[in-house]
Each structure stands twice: as structure tokens, then as C-alpha cells.
Write a protein that binds this ligand. Structure first.
Ligand SMILES: [Zn+2]
Length: 337
């Protein structure tokens, strides 16, 4: 889907969450990755020690729900299976407030560190726990550390087979620390497989360089004015922005873990600013759930499908086996000349 098509779609569709209070006509998406502070990749707390820490999610989740209610907005919560199993009350509380529950996997292991079978079992386990708690099908997935890229596209096939309708794990820009990013992939929601949509994370183009923006550390470390410039650039281009925050980012008095100083700086800096920034964004921009935006995409897709079947999208270069016949013939001729 290109920018013009999406703009036409979002402009033409009304939504149940109310009119915009800001400047944009584009619908953005607000998401939360629900994990404890000790799950965060920067702290590197060994899995064997997770059980020693008390849960601290209750208060930040309540603060988030209260802000969402105040601004009459819905959001998508990607819940870690490990958390859901220990705090089903939190999952029920979020769902009862009318928000979407989606999956963040079970063990918070990046896809880049799993085999295909390990990934399948991890995602399947989390889906089962969440469906058991909510009584509803779980159709959305976000990988820990946005770790879906051109080296593990099989993850998308597994998600589709397991009944997911969308993924929101691909960052179309290289992260400065190099841990994730699939540069050159689309910026707007798109059909990445038949029956599976991708909702990419937001970027900001500065002097022809594409940077990640408005998620986790970028939102927390940058002044609000910088995040707003990134948002406005996307909105001007009719690109829905997928904002992402962790509840632990609203917990400034969380325990301090002795990680390397740089990781501690990334994790603990500006925790006291997140709530204020979230509140300001909710005041100024229109947000909804990924599921609601997916429904709009489906409506638009249905119109296009009357004309012709849409192609699906590969993250990386087109595999040799699927390249157009003509290109292959030309290569063969060149090779034998
Ligand atoms: Zn996470």
C-alpha cells in the first residue's frame, strides 16, 4: 500500500474512539510491550534470577490505563507470556478496559537467537496462555527487540500458520547500536504475507538518514519536541506512527541493576519523563489499536482485491527461485557468453 492509498483509506473511515484533538487526519497506533524491568535487553538479567524479583507492573499499568481513559483512547498491549502466567490479573484488567491484548512471545528471546522450532514453541506457548486468560483469539505479535529481519523471514510464515493476522516487529531503519533494523523495507502498513500484515515501527528522516523514532529509549531519551518533529514528518507523509512504550519506563524508582554503564544509561535515563510525554502525545495526536487500523487496511484491501490479487512482500532481496523468468534467462545468457 502506498502513502496516498493509506491516506485515502484513513481519511475516508470514521472510528469509534472519537475525533482528533490534534492536527493530524492520520490515525496512529499506541502500543505497550508489557514486560518487567528485569526483562529489558539492556540490563541482561539472567533468566534464572527473574523469579527472585517482585512484580512492579501493577502501578505503571494503572497509570497508563488511567491516561488512556482520560483521553478516551484505545491501545494494543503486547504481553510477555512469562508475565501473563504470573500476573493474569493485569492481563484481565487491560482487556476489561477495552484494549487489545497481543503477544510479545513467552521468554523474551530475540528471534535472531532462536531456531525456527524454538520460535514456534515460544510463540505458541504465549498465545495459549493469553487466550486462556482472555478467552479471545490473539492475532497480533511483536518480537522482543524488534528482531524480525531478512535473515529470519520464516518467523512470518510461522506466525501465519499459528493464526496471527499481523506482526509489528520490523524496524525499517538500522538502530544505532546495530541490534535490529531492516533498512529499505516499507514505512506504511503492508501485506507481508497472504493473510498477514506488517505494521512497521516509526522512523524519522534527517538529512537523508533514516533513524528510529518514538519507541522506548528514543521517546524517553529525546526531548518531546524531537519526537514531535518525527511524528509530524510521518503524519505529513500520511504514514501512521506506531508508538511503543514499556510500562517499566513509567517506573522511575525501579531497582538499579549493575549492568555495564552504557546499558544502564540507556535503561534508566529520563524514566521520570515518560508519563508526561505519553500524556502530551495523547493530548495532541489520534491513536487507536493495531487491530482497528488492521480493520481499515482490510477494508481498503477488499476494494483493491476486486481488481486483482495483491502481491505479498519479501523483507530482503527477491529469492533467486522467485525472480522473474526474463531476468534469469538474461543471467544464463550472460553466463554462457
Ligand atoms: Zn520486550
Amino acid at each position: 500500500m502506498d502513502d496516498k492509498q493509506l491516506n485515502a483509506m484513513t481519511a475516508a473511515t470514521s472510528d469509534t474512539t472519537g475525533p482528533a484533538t490534534g492536527t493530524a487526519s492520520t490515525w496512529n497506533v499506541l502500543t505497550f510491550d508489557v514486560e518487567e524491568w528485569f526483562h529489558a535487553a539492556n540490563l541482561r538479567v539472567p533468566r534464572g534470577q527473574w523469579g527472585e524479583f517482585p512484580s512492579r507492573l501493577g502501578q505503571p499499568v494503572e497509570e497508563i490505563l488511567s491516561l488512556l481513559e482520560q483521553h478516551a483512547r484505545q491501545a494494543t498491549f503486547f504481553v510477555l507470556g512469562w508475565v501473563a502466567q504470573r500476573r493474569p490479573d493485569i492481563v484481565r484488567r487491560i482487556a476489561a478496559a477495552g484494549h487489545e491484548i497481543a503477544s510479545h512471545g513467552y521468554w523474551h528471546t530475540p528471534v535472531t537467537k532462536q531456531t525456527r522450532e524454538e520460535f514456534r514453541q515460544d510463540v505458541k506457548g504465549c498465545k495459549a496462555v493469553l487466550e486462556d486468560i482472555t478467552g479471545h483469539p490473539i492475532v497480533g505479535y511483536r518480537a522482543p527487540g524488534y528482531s524480525v529481519n531478512s535473515d529470519n523471514e520464516w518467523a512470518l510464515d510461522e506466525l501465519k500458520e499459528l493464526g496471527f493476522l499481523y506482526d509489528s516487529s520490523i524496524y525499517p531503519a538500522r538502530a544505532p547500536h546495530g541490534r535490529y533494523g531492516a533498512a529499505g523495507t516499507p514505512l506504511t502498513p503492508y501485506r507481508i504475507r497472504r493473510g498477514l500484515w506488517e505494521f512497521p515501527l516509526p522512523t524519522w528522516e534527517v538529512m537523508k538518514v533514516r533513524l528510529p523514532a518514538a519507541t522506548g529509549g528514543y521517546l524517553r531519551l529525546c526531548p518531546l519536541a524531537v519526537t514531535e518533529r518525527a511524528l509530524k514528518q510521518n503524519i505529513r507523509r500520511n504514514i501512521p506512527v506506531v508508538v511503543n512504550i514499556h510500562p517499566w519506563e513509567l517506573d522511575p524508582v525501579q531497582p538499579r541493576w549493575p549492568a555495564p554503564w552504557w546499558n544502564r544509561a540507556l535503561h534508566y535515563t529520563n524514566l521520570h519523563t515518560t508519563k508526561h510525554k505519553l500524556s502530551a502525545l495523547l493530548r495532541a495526536y489520534r491513536f487507536t489499536t493495531v487491530r482497528n487500523l488492521l480493520d481499515k487496511c482490510h477494508q481498503h484491501d477488499a476494494v483493491l482485491l476486486r481488481e486483482a490479487e495483491l502481491p505479498t512482500t519479501q523483507i530482503g532481496p527477491t529469492p533467486i527461485t522467485e525472480r522473474p523468468k526474463k531476468a534469469k534467462e538474461e543471467e544464463t545468457r550472460a553466463g554462457t557468453a
